[in-house]
Design a protein around this ligand. Structure first.
Ligand code: FMN
Length: 215
């Protein structure tokens, strides 16, 4: 993995497009938040207007309610105001980048609830022409396990199965990128080795963003 990843060029010329970076963490000083900031900066350097959606800071409620249950006999159902406000931000974006810690080989409840409620019938899927057509995605997951841990394949399975195929492709998004940042807690590392490890994690996130931007 490169430690120094040069910014993409041409840079900083606005291209009129929006990237939605979705952060799913309860701490603003988390590694997840720091990775999301790096991703956002990279997207801005590539000319995107970044809409940074911090689900916890914005008080998003992941609990579902009757108002947001799909009605499969009515794809034009009006859901809660919160859901419509969020799907407008999704629809406005060409690139969508959820950044999250892997918890129990799944999504944190906050992000799972955002998908459950906001990526709803008629809004994200269920129409003859997908409302998500033409969008591109990068699922960026941070995992505590090391890359060589016997269970590391479960992290990759999450990204490639439920997230790429189960969510993105199901909703009509076919340009889908995934990246796992392993050993996110830097266990057993100290001093310079630890600092190098985190530089490599950030570089990995930036390289994944660059691939997304390149298409
Ligand atoms: C509730 C919980 C469940 C976790 N489950 C997993 C897991 O299934 N696989 C894994 O590799 N790491 C797991 N971890 C480790 C987190 O992925 C890790 O703490 C996180 O990526 C560190 O980033 P952060 O400092 O931004 O939270 C879990 C952590 C917590 C708190």
């Amino acid at each position: 993995m490169n430690q120094e990843t040069p910014a993409p060029s041409p840079s900083s010329e606005p291209n009129g497009r929006t990237a939605l970076v979705v952060v799913a963490h309860h701490r603003s000083d988390s590694l997840t938040a720091a990775v999301a900031e790096r991703a956002a900066a990279r997207l801005e350097a590539a000319g995107y207007r970044v809409d940074l959606l911090d689900l916890h800071a914005e008080g998003f409620d992941p609990r579902n309610s009757e108002a947001d249950e799909p009605d499969y006999s009515n794809r034009d159902k009006v859901y809660s105001d919160e859901v419509h406000a969020h799907i407008r931000r999704v629809h406005a974006a060409e690139l969508i980048v959820p950044v999250f810690p892997v918890w129990w080989f799944g999504l944190p409840a906050l992000l799972k609830g955002w998908i459950d409620r906001v990526w709803n019938y008629g809004l994200a899927y269920g129409r003859s022409r997908s409302p998500m057509e033409g969008k591109r995605m990068l699922w960026l997951g941070l995992a505590g396990l090391g890359e060589r841990d016997p269970n590391a394949d479960l992290v990759l399975d999450l990204l490639e199965g439920p997230l790429r195929r189960g969510v993105s492709e199901y909703c009509g998004i076919f340009d889908v990128h995934t990246a796992a940042l392993f050993d996110s807690e830097g266990q057993d590392l100290t001093g310079e080795a630890r600092e190098r490890h985190y530089r490599e994690l950030f570089a990995g996130a930036e390289a994944a963003v660059d691939k997304l931007v390149a298409g």
